[in-house]
Design a binder for this molecule. Structure first.
Ligand code: PHE
Length: 516
């Protein structure tokens, strides 16, 4: 250890009874190292010490320059004296320099060394005593200033600085020895065999020392909040939908949701389209490799009807193009190519749609949820990213009403500690009626938008083959918003993406939603 200062300190103690040690004694050693070495010796009772705080006055670079070459005012005086017929004020900076002219002129006037005669400066005496220089020279030697006024004056002129110096007065302790004996930290087999344990110095155990942090993984705050939401859903009887498919067709993401092909959400500026491959096959079920096929949802049963994906596709086309099921439709030429284009899913409602269609094989009350990533072609700023996570739930049942949806929301959000809700009529192509949900945030003291919801339209549900009297609630919210509020993160880029600070991830606390 290059910075082990224990032996130099013990040496100093053998040379003198009570050496005074400071950072000046060992100029190339940081004072922290000196202190820790003294502490180490003191903890073994080899030395005792007293700390003395002392203030010393040192010259700044400018102060040193004054000692070497004279003060600003002396320079001004010399220049004025040298100009026998008086010196033009305007010429002064050119001769003595700007800084000297500026500071020195005033001081030379104050001391009565020069006077003003129209625009000329004239000397009033032949010789002066440069007190500032003498004063600084004295300070350089003594490191102190006794005159308070002089101290503030020179400090203000930035010619001196006051520095704290810590000195240690050291004396021998009861266990003083000339050498610092290495302390053993462990009793080894060798020490037992060769008997050296008998004379070895053992270091006492420090039971207060903190252990080294063990490297380990850490859950991202989004994952922590996600798991809280999952438990709320499970607790309310929901099954999780399989969302492991980021790429969807326009069909599952838009058309099946009765989003017309001209809808602005389908524009390039809002949705990411896949260029290679650009399109998919017609919608179908693949029992073996269907990522949407969960283990728990939709176990096949004897009563299960075989789903006809071609018929579903045709129904969707018809309801857009011609109208069906009592709806007049949008009445525009529907393009199959547009529907087969591949997109990065813009919401997880594409998965809900797939699952609701599967429910038509065996229609019965069902509650599904998902929490996963979605993508939107948005300008990235403090609160928006091109990808985020959606929490989504759907409830299918017979005889559901809008009042029931509002009632459900009150129970659902109360589980997150949000007890006051407001609903605002909104528009979604796939729900009617639709409601934006606002919650009163106690912490922020204001109403914040917390979700979007509605009852799925017959134009979306009937093409699937779901019974006419079956109603489906749907709602969605972002996972980022509650996470940012919980963890007090104001910029979303600190939460997700390449700017995330890993230390933040490792040290953030567990989250608990204030449940009822
Ligand atoms: N898909 C909607 C969104 O992205 C959320 C939603 C889901 C709304 C289901 C209504 C029904 O905001």
């Amino acid at each position: 250890m290059a910075s082990d200062m224990t032996s130099p300190i013990l040496d100093a103690l053998s040379a003198s009874d009570a050496p005074i040690i400071s950072s000046e004694t060992f100029p190339s050693t940081p004072s922290l190292n000196i202190k820790s070495a003294i502490d180490r010796l003191a903890s073994r009772h080899m030395v005792e010490y007293e700390t003395i705080d002392k203030e010393v006055v040192v010259l700044t670079k400018e102060g040193e320059a004054v000692v070497a070459n004279g003060s600003h005012e002396a320079k001004v005086f010399e220049a004025v004296l040298a100009a026998l017929d008086g010196l033009k004020i305007a010429d002064l900076p050119g001769i003595v320099g700007k800084e000297n002219a500026l500071v020195g002129q005033g001081n030379a006037f104050k001391r009565g060394w020069i006077k003003k005669d129209k625009d000329l400066l004239r000397a009033t005496t032949d010789s002066i005593v440069d007190e500032t220089q003498a004063q600084l020279l004295n300070i350089k030697q003594t490191q102190t200033v006794t005159d308070k006024k002089a101290l503030t004056d020179l400090k203000r002129r930035k010619l001196i600085n006051v520095q704290k110096v810590i000195t240690f007065k050291i004396t021998k302790g009861p266990k003083y020895t000339k050498e610092f004996v290495k302390e053993e930290t462990d009793l080894t087999t060798e020490m037992l065999q060769n008997g050296s344990w008998k004379t070895a110095h053992f270091k006492p155990y420090n039971f207060n020392a903190k252990g080294a942090p063990t490297p380990s993984g850490a859950l991202h705050p989004l994952n922590k909040v996600r798991s809280e939401f999952r438990s709320i859903f499970f607790e309310m009887g929901f099954e999780e939908m399989p969302t492991n498919r980021f790429v969807e067709t326009g069909f599952w993401n838009f058309d099946a949701l009765y989003v017309p092909q001209q809808h602005p959400a389908r524009d390039l500026q809002d949705t990411f389209y896949i260029s290679d491959p650009p399109t998919a096959d017609l919608p179908r079920e693949d029992p073996e490799h269907d990522p949407h096929r969960p283990k728990t949802v939709h176990q096949s049963s004897a009563t299960e009807k075989k789903l006809d994906y071609k018929e579903y596709w045709d129904n969707v086309r018809q309801v857009h193009e011609e109208g069906k099921y009592g709806s007049i439709g949008y009445r525009y030429p529907w393009s199959a190519d547009e529907s087969l284009r591949l997109v990065l899913r813009t919401h997880t409602t594409s998965v809900s749609t797939y699952m609701l269609h599967k429910l038509a094989a065996n229609p019965r009350p069902a509650r599904y949820f998902s929490i996963d990533r979605v993508f939107r072609n948005e300008a990235v700023d403090a609160t928006h990213l091109a990808e985020f996570h959606q929490i989504e739930g759907v409830i299918a049942d017979f005889g559901l009403t809008l009042g029931g949806l509002i009632g459900f929301m009150e129970v659902f959000f109360a589980k997150m500690g949000i007890h006051q809700l407001r609903f605002k009529p909104a528009y979604n192509p796939y729900t009617e009626p639709s409601m934006e949900i606002f919650g009163y945030h106690e912490g922020l003291g204001k109403w914040v938008e917390i979700g979007n919801s509605g009852m799925f339209r017959p134009e979306m549900l009937e093409p699937m083959g779901l019974p006419k009297n079956m109603r489906v609630y749907g709602w969605g919210l972002s996972l980022e918003r509650p996470t940012m509020i919980k963890y007090g993160v104001s910029n979303i880029r600190e939460l997700l993406g390449h700017k995330v600070d890993l230390n933040f991830i490792e040290t953030n606390p567990a989250v608990r939603l204030e449940k009822e």
